[in-house]
Design a binder for this molecule. Structure first.
Ligand SMILES: NC(=O)C1=CN([C@@H]2O[C@H](COP(=O)(O)OP(=O)(O)OC[C@H]3O[C@@H](n4cnc5c(N)ncnc54)[C@H](OP(=O)(O)O)[C@@H]3O)[C@@H](O)[C@H]2O)C=CC1
Ligand SMILES: O=C(O)C1=N[C@H](C(=O)O)C[C@H](O)C1
Length: 268
């Protein structure tokens, strides 16, 4: 396999650090650029030092051209406003982009899709093998019992997470809504309080927990009278997502322009 040179956008972030650390250990990956925000205190500091693996000879920069010049693939784990602002630059640089950032509204996803007419773009709210398999299982279960059992989704993440519900929970909601012919705009219920009356059959409840250092947990409940099915995924470490992002970078390197997901990478 040829080496894939990556530029990490969000290099000093929680995910950026793990992708740089695991990428540096991977003989098929070269860390070729590390980008951070203009006012970041990490500018000029070695990306390996920031990631806790020692000097790798790659200083974090806020200069987009410098960071992307030697890269084959850009990996973006930042914040939705950052990603959306960067789309123009991603088009200009013309290299494949793997986007793990979450929190996009439908109209914003359409803007990312529009970019994929010009360059290869992979967008996935969760890069773990387990979660992507779970999407498939959910589709099957929702088709079988989703219209007779109540569906509730519960997600839990660390206290630093900025968006809610998680991108993964929203994707799970999309999967079960599609499988049961529902419309999330109408049927999603994000919080309950007060005299809310009886639950409607079509509701898809989506509840959020933010606490401590929880890496990422998602449960989908299909609940009937007398029994319930619970499908749960728990990430124990961010390395699970980082490995997925690196696999995605290797996979997308030589692909033509198009809109891809982890299903393509994992052959699901
Ligand atoms: N798809 C997946 O598998 C996963 C997705 N995620 C998603 O990835 C995103 C990032 O998560 P996480 O790493 O925990 O978040 P962090 O906040 O730890 O990291 C984001 C990094 O991006 C930096 N940043 C801000 N602006 C820019 C800019 N203009 N250019 C470059 N970098 C910038 C931030 O700097 P500063 O702090 O100074 O603002 C920060 O260092 C979130 O949306 C999260 O939901 C997370 C885990 C897995
Ligand atoms: O912010 C996080 O940490 C995570 N975000 C992703 C999401 O919003 O689904 C994926 C993972 O659960 C961790």
């Amino acid at each position: 396999m040829s080496i894939t040179a990556i530029c990490m956008v969000g290099a000093a972030g929680k995910m950026g650090r793990r992708i740089i650390a695991l990428g540096n250990d991977d003989s098929d990956i070269r860390v070729a650029g590390a980008l951070e925000a203009k006012d970041s205190t990490f500018i000029g500091i070695d990306a390996g030092e920031v990631a806790g693996i020692g000097n790798i000879g790659m200083a974090i920069t806020d200069d987009f051209d410098v960071a992307t010049k030697d890269a084959d693939v850009l990996i973006d784990f930042t914040f939705k406003t950052v990603t959306l602002k960067n789309l123009e630059m991603y088009e200009k640089v013309g290299k494949p982009v793997v986007i793990g950032t979450t929190g996009f509204e439908n109209e914003e996803v359409e803007r990312i899709k529009a970019l994929s007419n010009k360059i290869p773009v992979l967008l996935a709210p969760n890069m773990s093998l387990g979660v992507n398999l779970t999407f498939k299982v959910l589709e099957m279960v929702a088709k079988a019992v989703g219209n007779i059992y109540d569906i509730e989704i519960i997600e839990a993440h660390h206290r630093l997470k900025k968006d809610a519900p998680s991108g993964t929970a929203m994707k799970m909601a999309e999967v079960v809504a599609k499988a049961t012919n529902r419309d999330l705009e109408k049927d999603a219920v994000y919080c309950r309080r007060g005299l809310i009356g009886e639950r409607k059959d079509n509701e898809i409840g989506i509840q959020t927990i933010r606490a401590g250092d929880i890496v990422g947990e998602h449960t989908v409940m299909f609940c009937g009278n007398g029994e319930r099915i619970e499908i749960t995924h728990k990430a124990h470490t961010r390395d699970t997502f980082a490995k997925g992002a690196l696999a995605a970078a290797k996979w997308i390197k030589d692909k033509p322009a198009g809109f891809y997901s982890m299903f393509d990478v994992l052959n699901l």
